[in-house]
Design a protein around this ligand. Structure first.
Ligand code: ATP
Ligand code: MG
Length: 569
């Protein structure tokens, strides 16, 4: 493609609304343009990248035998009422009416539509297992669309659905999808992790997420290099500390902690390490009242674990000042487990502390030198906290690492949730009707483009992984409008590389060298070759890989073959 023919306006300035690198760089390099909140047009360079993600994904879906289909984007309300999600899906669901006042939604996902297909088309166990996929536009009315195409309202997803007689078949095909997704992200050249994910309301189902590692990721993921443990932080168990608790020392005393409501203030004032100051959270209980959760000052409560306790109300909610006063007769900030007469759960790590500090259930007072089993009963220990870096891995292979990730894919064993509510059955070997087992598998095509940039960029621009780049090589011809030799050489190189099967972007614009070189870095193709009068005088072209620090001179005569070898994909 000739840049002179592409109306590409790269932006020097960083667009004000863009908070993260991928959003900034996609706008600056002209990959996407914003239409309205969460709505984007994919411009030629960006769309080429999205098409690559689609192509690789499609190939891997076909490799595991999934059939490509295309379902409508607009769905009748009745289907969603059947599954119960017309209400349950909440405000993410964009609802609309046609001229006859019939209700519809714009599909945020397609379980209902595919289950309707399945119950009409599938009759016998002999037709199973079968799996379908589509690559299509979804709409979710996200409460906070942000980060550009990363969390858009309209986006492209590859979604698949599989149908089975029995859980074993579901589990097999789920395994195929897991591998297919791994191959997609591997082939795209992304650094990713597969982690255990929360399967939400549907108990017992298996679910895994694929995360591209990047500092700006919204999710925290935990894994261990020494074993195969990997999970979303919310699901990662925090094991009890090893070894015996320290022996009790001096007697418990009361300390004056005026106005100190945060555990950090208390720790600093008492000159204690944060981990030796226990914090006591009072949270709302199921059906009224409060429950106390005790954690080390440096640990965070894990919402999923806390709400998994029978007494704790869902979603997790802190008690208000009135409830705190009633339960502990003090303001929030001074609550502690000594003589506290509400149900109390203590995190394993907090239960392992000796000679610790904690709230005294009196305004402006904390206790110090507190010991379980001496100043208060032995605790009821549970896992209540988020795992932290360095914790022992539940897999036994060493310590945990934590990083931020961007969820680009999610695979899920649904079981019979939809086949039951929508009555999708087949006849088994004995001629008896059985509800089909279902799996669903989503991959965010457009989010993957943004995630790749998030993982691969520097201060000058994007650094595309070889497989994802919209073109693999850019020819930058300097002063092309004024120098006939430069023009002739660049044109010839362009033609030759194309004939050798290289996808080439040719910067033949009449623009300054500074602008062209900056744009080349911004657009971020892996290979760059500069044709300049100065180089040609010595019979050379200048080659640079986008990741390399220094350029290299190539003999102009041999450049085409050499470059084709490096840049062909
Ligand atoms: P999130 O937790 O990020 O909101 P989700 O868990 O709701 O995503 P799924 O229903 O699992 O998303 O959708 C499958 C895939 O679709 C996700 O893994 C993600 O890659 C992509 N996706 C979901 N929501 C968006 C969005 N608003 N913009 C772009 N891609 C999205
Ligand atoms: Mg998900």
């Amino acid at each position: 493609m000739r840049l002179s023919k592409l109306p590409l306006a790269t932006l020097r300035e960083t667009p004000a609304e863009a908070e993260i690198a991928s959003h900034r760089l996609m706008l600056r390099s002209g990959m996407v343009r914003r239409l309205a909140s969460g709505l984007f047009t994919w411009m030629p360079l960006g769309w080429r990248v999205a098409r690559i993600v689609e192509r690789v994904t499609r190939q891997e879906m076909e490799r595991i035998g999934a059939h490509e289909i295309l379902m409508p984007a607009v769905h009748p309300a009745e289907l969603w009422r059947e599954s119960g999600r017309w209400e349950d899906y909440g405000d993410l669901l964009l609802k609309m009416r046609d001229r006859g006042e019939r209700e519809y939604c714009f599909g945020p996902t397609h379980e209902e539509v595919i289950t309707d297909i399945a119950r009409r088309e599938l009759r016998s166990y002999r037709q199973l297992p079968v799996s379908f996929f589509q690559i299509q536009t979804k709409f979710r009315d996200e409460i906070r669309p942000r980060f550009g195409v990363m969390r858009a309202r309209e986006f492209i997803m590859k979604d698949s659905y599989s149908f089975h007689l029995g859980e074993e078949s579901l589990s097999d095909i789920y395994g195929d999808y897991r591998q297919a997704y791994s191959r997609v992200f591997e082939r795209l050249g992304l650094n990713y992790r597969v982690v255990q994910a929360d399967s939400g309301e549907i108990g017992g189902s298996r679910s895994q997420e694929f995360h591209v590692l990047a500092d700006s990721g919204e999710d925290l993921i935990v894994w261990c290099e020494g074993d195969d443990f990997a999970a979303n932080l919310e699901l990662a168990p925090a094991l009890p500390p090893e070894g015996d608790r320290e022996a009790p020392g001096d007697a418990m005393t009361e300390a004056h902690t005026p106005g100190m409501r945060t555990i950090r203030q208390v720790a600093e004032h008492l000159d204690q390490p944060l981990e030796n100051c226990l914090k006591t959270l009072l949270v709302k209980a199921e059906g009224g009242g409060v429950v106390a959760l005790v954690l080390r000052g440096d640990h965070e409560v894990n919402e999923l674990k806390a709400t998994g306790l029978p007494e704790v109300a869902k979603p997790l909610a802190l008690a208000n000042a009135q409830e705190v006063a009633q339960a502990a007769s003090c303001p929030p900030g001074f609550v502690g487990p000594v003589n506290l007469s509400v149900t109390t759960y203590v995190d394993h790590a907090a239960g392992h502390r000796a000679n610790f500090a904690c709230g005294a259930n009196r305004r402006d007072k904390h206790f110090v030198n507190v010991n379980w089993g001496r100043d208060l009963p032995e605790p009821e220990c549970v896992d209540l906290r988020n795992a932290v870096e360095g914790d022992r891995s539940p897999g036994g292979g060493g310590s945990l690492q934590i990083a931020r990730g961007i969820e680009v894919g999610h695979i899920f064993q649904l079981g019979d949730k939809y086949s039951r509510s929508m009555n999708a059955v087949v006849l088994d070997e004995n001629g008896a009707e059985q509800h089909m087992q279902m799996g669903c598998y989503g991959l965010g095509v457009t989010r993957t483009v943004a995630a790749a940039i998030e993982q691969n960029h520097d201060e000058r621009g994007i650094i595309w992984p070889e497989a994802m780049a919209p073109f693999s090589l850019v020819i930058v011809a300097l002063n092309i409008a004024r120098d006939e030799e430069v023009r002739a050489t660049a044109e010839q190189l362009y033609a030759e590389l194309q004939s050798q099967g290289v996808e080439v972007l040719f910067d033949d614009r009449d623009a300054s060298p500074g602008v062209k070189l900056a744009d080349a870095d911004l657009i971020g193709l892996p290979h760059r070759v500069v044709v300049s009068a100065r180089g040609l005088k010595q019979g050379t072209l200048e080659y640079k890989h986008r990741r390399a620090d220094d350029a290299e001179r190539l003999s102009a005569a041999e450049a085409a073959d050499l470059l084709a070898d490096r840049a062909r994909r």
